[in-house]
Design a protein. Structure first.
Length: 234
């Protein structure tokens, strides 16, 4: 009889594989972008291992290239990754009872795609071993795929033709991973307000328009959720 861990791992991989295709162009563009601002291959891969957050990497690279103050670089990365606080809080019950080091490793491997396809199943499953298999196996696969594709971008930065329009493919990949998260009205409100705010405030210095847009989106999402909760309570 197959173990519950293997059952969870198999189902997790089946769910994660289609969405993981979007990681390929995104990771390659991240590798190329790190090399384009002057990072050596060793520095680029070191940053990739340490950060492991494509949005934060791409968002902070222009600041690094322009010599922005360190506090602004850290603030930008923090704001870009705020969503993982929400993701972690939502998934915390699924890791109840696990050792601290296992939970710490799990937090490092958490990505948008895994949350989008697995959050509901992880919260509903009763078997702890099934949950662990469902989460850790596709997460490790995604980590390995990301590292390999970033390495391809880093090593091929001077070879890959610029007219391949990989940046456009990255935008599509982000949209593919974002759409499954837009299941409720507060999410739609947050996405629309945040996106519109970032566009309208794009002229702010030091790319602060992006941070402002994210803050507006989060605020709008929380307000929409409270309004809906009050209506439901009536």
């Amino acid at each position: 009889m197959e173990s519950s861990f293997r059952c969870g791992a198999r189902e997790g991989m089946r769910d994660f594989l289609p969405i993981s295709v979007g990681l390929v162009p995104w990771a390659m563009v991240t590798g190329i972008a790190m090399r384009s601002i002057g990072l050596s291959p060793l520095e680029a891969m070191g940053m990739n291992l340490l950060v492991y957050a494509g949005t934060a990497q791409l968002g902070t690279l222009p600041l690094i290239a322009s010599g922005a103050p360190l506090w602004l670089i850290f603030l930008t990365a923090l704001v870009l990754n705020l969503r993982f606080v929400i993701f972690s809080a939502a998934l915390a019950p699924a890791f109840h009872g696990h050792r601290f080091m296992r939970r710490l490793a799990s937090s490092y491997l958490l990505v948008d795609g895994m949350f989008a396809i697995g959050a509901e199943k992880l919260r509903r499953a009763d078997d702890a071993q099934w949950r662990w298999g469902y989460y850790i196996v596709p997460s490790l696969y995604g980590w390995g795929l990301w590292q390999c594709c970033v390495l391809v971008g880093v090593l091929g930065a001077g070879v890959i033709p610029r007219d391949w329009s990989l940046e456009f493919m990255t935008t599509i990949a982000l949209m593919v991973m974002m759409i499954p998260m837009l299941r409720e009205r507060p999410m739609w409100v947050a996405a629309l307000v945040g996106g519109l705010g970032a566009v309208l405030l794009r002229e702010l210095p030091l790319r602060l328009g992006l941070i402002a847009g994210i803050a507006l989106g989060i605020g709008a999402g929380f307000m929409a959720e409270r309004v809906l909760a009050r209506r439901a309570a009536r």
